[in-house]
Structures are given as C-alpha cells and as structure tokens.
Design a protein around this ligand. Structure first.
Ligand code: PLP
Length: 643
C-alpha cells in the first residue's frame, strides 16, 4: 500500500498515514486473531475452526471428532479433476445436527416431565437433494423423524424416502385434486401421510377424494396465529399470512369435518410463524397461543394427537452489520421454550399433551455444506503505477487537482466537493475536444489517488480491492442477493498470515449486483473483508453455512449452472467422496433455454458447410472445429483457473 503514498502530495500522505496506522499496523498475528477476525467461534457451531496449520478445518462429528483440512480438500478436488467451484456436503454434519435437535427436545421433555414425545420433521423444500434428505431420514427415523412437503414433486420425494412403517409425511401447501389423490394414494401404498387443511373449502375436496378412493384420510389443520415471528420471514404469520385458517375458519372447518363424519380423522394442529425467528420470546408466545387452540379444540371433542410448531429455529450466521442477525437462544433453549409452554397450558386446561413436532429445516441443514471457490484476479483499489507531480506539459486541470492535495486539509468534505467540480470541468473539456485522451487519463489517475485519501479521512476506512471469484452469486449464494442473508466467508488457508488487503468480492456474472460487499462481523462504517494478497498461487475462499435454501432458490443468471458437488462422509481412516455430481455443462444450461445441443451443433455445422463452400475453411479444419465445439459444450460454465 505504501508505494503510491510516497509520491502523493506530502500533506495528504502524512494525514493518510496517521489515519490508517491504528487499523493497518498490527503487532502480532496468531491463529486466535484469525478466528476472531472471521467470527469463527460464533458461527462454527463446533464444526468449523481455524487449525494450528493456519487452514480452515471441519470436524463433521463435532468438536471431539476427526477433522478434515479444507485447504487440503480443495487441493484434492482439483487434483481429482473435480475442480472449483465445488459444493461440499458433509453427511456427518447432517447426522450430528439431527442428533442435536432430537436430543435437545428429549432433554427438555425429561426436564419438564412432559408426558409426551417429540418428532423432528424435515421440510423437503429447504434442500430437496435426494441424498441430503435421505441422510437425515436414515439418521433420525429411529427417534421419530418425519417429513414435510409443500408440493406434488416434493411429495414424490417424501414417498420415496418414507419407506419405514413409522415414517410420517406432513402434506402442506396449495392442493389440487391430483395432490390430494397422491397423498391419499400414498396411504394406500402404506405410507403414512397427513393432509393439512389450510384454506376454507379444503374439506370438500378431501372428502370427495376419500370417498372416491375408499381411503380414510389422516388430516391436520393449519392455523394463523396472532403471535408474530421476529425474523426475516415473519410475514408467514399474523393476519395477512398466505397460509392458514383464522379462528372463524378453523371452527368452520371443524364443523364441516363433523358434518362429513370425518372429525375423527383430524390428528394434527399446525402453525408456522416464519423462518429464522431470532427472538426466543416469539417462539414461546406462539407455542403458548397454539397450545391454547389445541386445548380448546380438545375440549370441543377434537382428539388431536400432534402439535406441529412449524419452522423458525434460527441459525447463527455470525451476525449482520447492524446486529439484526443476532439469535438470542440455543437449540436447547428453543426446545425448552416450546416444551415448557405446551406442558403448562395443557396442565392448566387438564387436557392430555400432544406429541410435539418442529419442522426445523434451516437448523438441520444450514451447516452441512460449504462452497469452495477460487479467486481469479484482483483489481486493486490504488492505482498500479505511482502518480508523478504535474509538469509544464500538463493541462491546468492536472495542476489544479494536484494542488488540492498539497494544502493541509481542514475540511475534507469541502475538498471532495471541489474535486467533484474539477472532474466535471475535465469531462466538459474532454467532450469539447479541448482535452485529449492522454491528458484525461493523467487527470483521472491523480483525481483517483487524491479522492482515495480524502475518503479515508472522511469515512475513516480504507478503500477495498475487488477480488474476482470463480462463482456466481445468483447460482450459489442467492439468499445474499435476494434477502440480504450474510454468510461467513473465510480464506481456507494462510490464516497464520495476517491478511492486509481490504476486499469485496465480484462474481463472474455480468451483473452489477453480483458482488459481495457486506460480510458478517463488519464494524460500523467498515467496508469489505480482510483478505491476503493472492499472489501467483491458488487462493481459495469458503462460503459456509450454505446448506439451507440456497440450492433450491438458485438461478441461472448469465447461464452459470450448478457447481460441482460432492458428498463427503468420514470413514475409519479418513473420508470418502461419494455422489460426485459434475456441475451443469454448457449443453445442460442451453437446454433450459430451449436451445438443445443438437440444434447448437446443427447451426454450427451449417455455418461450417457455408465456410467450406466459400473456401474459408478446409473440410479437415471444419471437422476439428466442430469436434472442439462438441467437446466444449460438455464443459463447465465456470472458468477453469490456470493457477
Ligand atoms: C419453510 C417452512 C419450514 C422450514 O422453516 P425453517 O425456518 O427453515 O425451519 C417449515 N414449515 C413450513 C410450513 C415451511 O413453509
């Protein structure tokens, strides 16, 4: 950072140094400083840490289990020809999270002497990957794990997974006749599906399908509570939510079921106040209100068995800049809040307690995957060549801008305004033809250098480099773009070296939104994240906690397809990769936009024939060219880094 500073006007250089010293000059660097800088203890959840070798490590079975070096893993992926960017899914983390959730409720049940059971539910929409859902189902079913779906295709996934006699499928979402038939048909096949009614009039459709198929349906009702979630998606609750019955509609539905002689089919009461509920108070309030509804229905003769508390169990992603991401509870406290409130309400009303359920998708899934991606190149914030003072040959504007930096700066804001004026003059003179391209470039380089330092004084922050990275925000971190969800991003190596570049990330898309500018744990007014100078080697970053929602919301912006993905499972003597899925090829993504490979090649062949006819290509050259295209279409949409 020192070079251009030495040739900048003296007054500015002195002030620059004074301002930046506390931030830039660090005494000693150590692994622990790296941990704190990237907030690892806060979001690592016992799975992620900075190892003694200065690399990120993963302990997929938790803090006491074996560890995997992520930097070595990235090297292995490249060496194995899988390449970056790659999404790594840790099967053991899925199992550990399932255990944590189920144990937390079992412990709360014991503590509060709750005379009922708990069943965790995996909502398929949070990650529809077959092997991901299967790992959770296989791990959790011994302790009652159930599945939740919101659409017909998700129901097909659940029917395929819920193969054990005790497996239960909760069917939410908008339903047409085909959905109802599919759910009831699943019951005929021995699957245990519960159809949740969430709109008035739903009873009619279910009753007629049940008569037609000769099936006794198992039913639930979804209620809209007044208790609001405190989180990003709190709109799912309250009076204007999309789903659920208000109290009048609930009573109408009960009446309709009674009239259809199906009241005994009603087993489950469901609510969902939103995702990522950050305040425990909201969790307790909703559980309280819902168990009051449960108790009242019970008294009215509706023998419900299950109380399904929906999703919302939050994950600590490390905290947003404004502190809004702060989660004020643990999984254990969440379980305790629900169990104790339901126990209390049921005891007060003298009704038997329900089997409790939570559809905790994010909490089960967020931790299990990590996106590894490499930095392709860096655009430095400071000019690459030092600026020399203007000479007699320079335009008067160059002298004017240089003088701005020579006087001691009393009022940096005022000086910035004057700089803006000079810039407008320069543009005018360029447009009039009075300033040539050379002179304009000289002027801009000086203005840029001076502006950088002025901003440092005004905003007390160093400007950031842009690190161009081999990934698409829209494919791999869509929640950052869509709903400002921050994810921990950390270099996976060199953490024993002090990072001394302030950086923002640019993705590969041709979209100005395709940048990551805000990071967890940023201080007030800080910009970007501290990273190392990549130098000539491979520099790999990890985006953590991307296992929930990301994949299913991802988009093909600029036709960047799914990245490579692997599942990693620990073995007795290390780990094995399985379900290695190559990312989408160019042929794949072109197919999505109805431009199939056959057509691409037919067009190219036609062009080649024309070129041969013109004498621009020999037949041999044309064949080589077409063969290269045929191979090329099967290749990744991402860049193949030479580093
Ligand atoms: C999305 C959704 C969930 C999952 O919520 P999380 O906050 O991820 O646990 C659960 N239930 C329903 C009905 C949902 O729509």
């Amino acid at each position: 950072m020192g070079q251009p500073m030495s040739t900048a006007p003296a007054a500015i250089a002195a002030e620059d140094a004074a301002v930046s010293r506390p931030r830039l000059v660090e005494q000693t660097w150590c692994i622990d400083r790296a941990r704190r800088l990237y907030g690892v203890p806060r979001w690592g959840a016992g799975f992620f840490d900075v190892g003694e070798a200065g690399t990120m490590v993963v302990r997929p079975r938790g803090p006491a289990g074996p560890q995997i070096d992520l930097a070595a893993l990235a090297d292995d992926l490249v060496a194995d020809g899988i390449g970056l960017p790659a999404l790594v899914r840790f099967t053991d983390i899925l199992r550990a999270r399932t255990d944590t959730l189920q144990s937390a409720f079992e412990q709360a049940i014991a503590e509060h002497h709750y005379p009922g059971a708990y069943r965790a539910v995996i909502p398929i929409k949070v990650n529809q990957q077959w092997h991901v859902a299967r790992a959770i189902v296989e791990r959790g079913r011994r302790r009652g794990l159930a599945l939740e779906v919101g659409t017909k295709p998700e129901l097909y996934i659940a029917i395929g997974l819920a193969t054990a006699p005790g497996d239960l499928i909760i069917c939410n979402g908008f339903k047409d006749r085909a959905y109802v038939d599919l759910a009831l048909g699943a019951q005929q096949l021995g699957r245990r599906s519960i159809l949740v009614l969430d709109r008035v009039g739903g009873v009619e459709m279910v009753a007629s399908a049940a008569r037609r198929l000769g099936v006794r349906p198992r039913l639930g009702v979804r209620v809209k509570l007044s208790s609001k979630g405190a989180g990003c998606w709190s709109d799912s609750s309250g009076d204007h939510s999309k789903f659920g019955l208000d109290m009048t509609e609930l009573l109408e539905t009960v009446d309709a079921l009674r009239a259809a002689d199906m009241l005994d089919c009603l087993e489950l009461l469901h609510f969902h106040i939103g995702s990522q509920i950050t305040a425990l108070r909201a969790v307790g309030d909703a559980a309280h209100e819902a168990s009051r509804v449960f108790a009242e229905l019970h008294r009215a003769g509706v023998g419900l068995r299950y109380l399904d508390c929906g999703g919302g169990l939050a994950v600590d992603y490390g905290g947003a800049v404004d502190g809004s991401g702060q989660v004020d509870y643990s999984v254990e406290q969440y379980a305790s809040a629900i169990v104790s409130r339901v126990a209390q309400v049921c005891a007060d009303a003298a009704v038997p307690v329900p089997t409790l359920m939570t559809e905790s998708g994010r909490a089960l899934l967020a931790h299990h995957s990590v996106l590894l991606f490499d930095v392709l190149e860096v655009h430095r914030a400071e000019p690459s060549t030092p600026i020399s003072p203007p000479t007699a040959d320079d335009d008067p504007l160059a002298h004017a801008v240089w003088r701005l930096g020579e006087v001691p700066i009393r009022d940096a804001e005022d000086t910035l305004a004057r700089l803006g004026g000079l810039r407008a003059d320069a543009l005018r003179r360029f447009n009039d033809g009075a300033l040539d391209l050379q002179a304009r470039a000289r002027f801009e380089a000086m203005a840029h250098t001076i502006e950088r330092r002025l901003r440092l004084l005004v905003e007390r922050r160093t400007p950031a480099d842009i690190y161009y990275c081999n990934f698409s925000l829209f494919q791999s971190l869509p929640d950052y773009w869509g709903i400002d969800q921050l994810f921990p991003i950390v270099p996976v190596h060199r953490l024993d070296e002090m990072p001394d570049r302030r950086a923002v990330l640019g993705d590969l898309s041709c979209d100005s939104h395709g940048t990551v500018q805000t990071f967890i744990g940023q201080g007030d007014g800080e910009h970007g994240i501290m990273l190392h100078d990549p130098g000539a080697g491979r520099y790999v970053l990890g985006a953590f906690l991307v296992g929930a929602y990301q994949k299913s919301l991802s988009s093909l912006h600029n036709l960047f397809g799914a990245t490579n993905a692997v599942h990693l499972a620990l073995t007795d003597d290390g780990y094995e990769l399985h379900e290695v899925a190559e990312g989408e090829s160019m042929a794949d993504v072109l197919e999505y936009v109805r431009f199939p490979q056959a057509r691409v090649l037919a067009d190219l062949t036609e062009a080649a024939e024309a070129a041969i006819a013109r004498g621009a290509l020999t037949r041999e050259q044309a064949e080589t060219l077409l063969a290269a295209h045929r191979d090329g279409l099967a290749e990744t949409t991402y860049l193949v880094s030479e580093r």
